[in-house]
Design a protein around this ligand. Structure first.
Ligand SMILES: Cc1cc2nc3c(=O)[nH]c(=O)nc-3n(C[C@H](O)[C@H](O)[C@H](O)COP(=O)(O)OP(=O)(O)OC[C@H]3O[C@@H](n4cnc5c(N)ncnc54)[C@H](O)[C@@H]3O)c2cc1C
Length: 348
């Protein structure tokens, strides 16, 4: 008689947790996902997937359902620093653009169809992520980093004037990205830095996203109509890279490490990490290896895949914030094809 399969518990039903759950169910492994929230709901995210994550979705048989849910392809991109912009560039591989409202809900549905147990509005309260438990509960709270705090804002809007499908606008306090979604809607998503000890200004989220009058960012949003109900925000997370081997738990997605959002690669990393975890966790469930071996195999695979990417992403994040580059009018940085290609390739 075959020995019983050991169950896997996944804490967090975001992209990493749901994708892992689906992948394990495809191998017949018993899976329970705990999700503190419910579906559908809006999430702070630029909502474009670029990089190897698209291939993961295809391999797991999920890509078609993304298109059925309304995903569109982003073909072009442009970068702005203050008043200066880059040429519009064609992406080597198109990005996949879909709202998280639709994306998370479709993955939740697919997990259930595959026979996974999904507990909504169920927060995991045990401090311990022991044997058989995977931590996929997203970004870890970190109130301050180097004396400042990161916060992110997201809203959908119509009537946004864009020159490219994806745009990134850097300013002194952060950056705002645009991504064309289906049906004329545009994702407007910003990452900002607040310095500790400085009193909060009375700026509203609209002021923050619009930026300074006279800049291309301001002009993009001059006639924008925001969908109030889609607004959401997050604060207090860390953008410092972490190695999986340094974590005592089995982690995937942002729970493992965050990549700076300017790369637009966080979702891809969540899908990739989930896929890399399927085989070792299935082996554990089938009694072919111990939990600590499975955990170590997941961590080693993630570190091999992400270490270099995280280092380049840190460099790109620095470039977005350094006054040095903003001081170069018509910046060579924005016009350098070589730099664009290098940064794009190395951060995914
Ligand atoms: C401003 C900003 C813009 C971004 N833009 C992009 C982009 O354009 N492209 C891109 O690829 N990436 C982007 N990202 C990154 C991307 O959003 C994340 O990398 C991705 O969501 C990570 O997926 P995840 O499953 O690890 O975490 P999440 O999607 O955050 O899911 C974690 C889940 O765990 C649940 N949870 C938490 N604690 C518990 C608990 N105790 N019990 C049960 N459930 C729990 C949460 O409710 C949540 O649903 C952006 C990030 C930010 C901050």
């Amino acid at each position: 008689m075959m020995p019983a399969l050991k169950p896997i518990t996944i804490v967090g039903g975001g992209l990493a947790g749901l994708t892992l759950g689906i992948g394990l169910r495809q191998r017949g492994i018993p899976v329970t996902v705990w999700e503190a929230g419910h579906y559908p709901r809006h999430r702070v995210c630029g909502e474009f997937i670029s990089g190897r994550g698209e291939d993961v979705l295809e391999r797991l048989g999920l890509l078609d359902s993304f298109f059925q849910a309304g995903a569109v392809l982003g073909m072009t991109a442009a970068f702005y620093l203050g008043r200066f912009g880059s040429p519009v560039r064609t992406l080597g591989t198109p990005a996949l653009c879909l709202s998280r409202f639709a994306m998370d809900a479709l993955l939740a549905e697919r997990l259930r169809q595959a026979g996974g147990e999904l507990r909504e509005d169920a927060r995991w309260r045990e401090g311990d992520y022991g044997e058989g438990v995977v931590r996929a509960n997203g970004r870890r709270l970190q109130p301050r980093e180097n004396g400042s705090q990161w916060f992110g804002l997201k809203v959908h809007a119509h009537n946004v004037l864009l020159t490219a499908d994806l745009e990134m606008h850097g300013s002194q306090t952060g950056y705002v990205g645009f991504c064309r979604l289906g049906g004329g809607a545009v994702n407007v998503c910003g990452l900002f830095r607040r310095t500790a000890g400085k009193p909060d200004s009375a700026q509203t989220w609209r002021d923050l996203l619009r930026g300074q009058p006279g800049t291309p960012l301001w002009e993009c949003l001059a006639g924008a109509v925001f969908e109030q109900g889609s607004f959401c925000s997050v604060a207090g997370f860390s953008l410092k890279p972490h190695r999986a081997a340094s974590r005592s738990e089995c982690c995937v997605g942002d729970a493992l490490t965050m990549i700076p959002p300017v790369t637009g690669n966080g979702m891809s990393m969540a899908f990739e990490a989930a896929e890399m975890a399927i085989r070792p966790l299935a082996a554990y469930s089938q009694g072919e290896c111990s939990w600590s071996e499975a955990r170590r195999n997941v961590a080693e695979a993630c570190d091999r895949a992400f270490a270099r990417r995280l280092a380049w992403a840190r460099c790109l994040q620095w470039m977005m914030f350094t006054p040095l580059l903003r001081a170069m009018p018509g910046s060579a940085v924005l016009h350098s094809d070589l730099l664009w290609r290098l940064m794009y390739a190395r951060t995914r």
